[in-house]
Ligand binder design. Sequence first.
Ligand code: PGA
Ligand code: ZN
Length: 424
Amino acid sequence: AIETVTARPVIDSRGNPTVEVDVVLADGSLGRAAVPSGASTGAREAVELRDADPTRWHGKGVDRAVAHVNGEIATSVRGRDAADQEGLDAALVALDGTATKSRLGANAILGVSLATAKAAAAAHRRPLYRHLGGAGARLLPLPMMNIVNGGAHADNPLDYQEFMIAPVGADTFAEAVRMGSEIFHTLRRDLLDAGHSTAVGDEGGFAPALRTAEEALDFVTAAIERTGYRPGTDVGLVMDPASSEFFRDGMYDYAGEGVRRTPSEHADHLAGLIDTYPIVSVEDPMAENDLDGWRELTARVGDRCQLTGDDVFCTNETLLREGIRTGVGNSVLVKVNQIGTLTEALAAVDTAHRAGWTAVMSHRSGETEDTTIADLAVATGCGQIKTGSLSRSDRTAKYNQLMRIEEELGASARFAGRSALRRA
Ligand code: PGA
Ligand code: ZN
């Protein structure tokens, strides 16, 4: 049973405060979880409670969320069975009482939800992926490694937020990491030789002053080749334009490129990129408020490219069900803090899988050393993870945890590879 619940503010990868929670059970088992934070957030995400006191932390303090955990939440969950995750999460949702977790804060609630799962795993002396996923949890995810950063994650002119590599031809997760690291270093050299900055953005990818998606894709494709891999065959390309960020007044405003595109011009542009480059997946190709655009693009390229909804679904099962019903993409991005409890995040994966959709476990641009999502990727068997570049410990911590899990599973480990991009 849960004995104590304690929260504190800690610092995230952008230097902003976030909530960390310790849950201790009666037998002494400890679960600890730190909550991530986004920059390009979806409008329908669960509410991250910030103090909004401009004299402290530039308004980003989490003292109220921490106080909610240490006060009201701790009092109400004390004595609960930590193994009953669904019961705990339902109780937290009910205690908050709002549809968006705005009263207690999704950051307060998620910290308790995840820390309790980890405490329960510790009590059973089981790793988290096994505790949540059972004995059948042995599929290591295909990583989508974000090696060029733009948009809201960097101060360069690139309109699209993320350019990623997915080592679809690797045989193991560890091999995928090695391939990614090699390509990352080739890209660094290539950017340097071309006179570009090799400083990195929020997710550890380079943030050179490129203007167009084509320039970024050309650099990444060349780096794959120069490292000795075949673009498309060994390593696929993945993009997250984060299109909601530059959709204004019904137009896609490419400020870096200096062009405004109508929704159909934007879709044409993306379809052209998908036909020209070995792109296997695009996240948020269209804005969260451009559902017509989403449906058009899905009908047009959905048979040959994974189209993953991030802002448009916000890991929210209700929004996801509606998207599945109406043909908005074919895949869901899963970010635990977009919805605020572990149970609801797992439900989103389950709903996607039941519909024959894929699900991609994901970090946020503001992260910590917490590696829970690595275990969640294996526990759900979702087969894909996006957790940043091959630099910055807030990103590599997740890859390192997955390599440990692969080692622990030994001969029973499976690596998803290219097959992860399609279900059934
Ligand atoms: P965010 O970015 O965490 O800043 O929202 C990640 C993403 O858009 O996928
Ligand atoms: Zn995204």
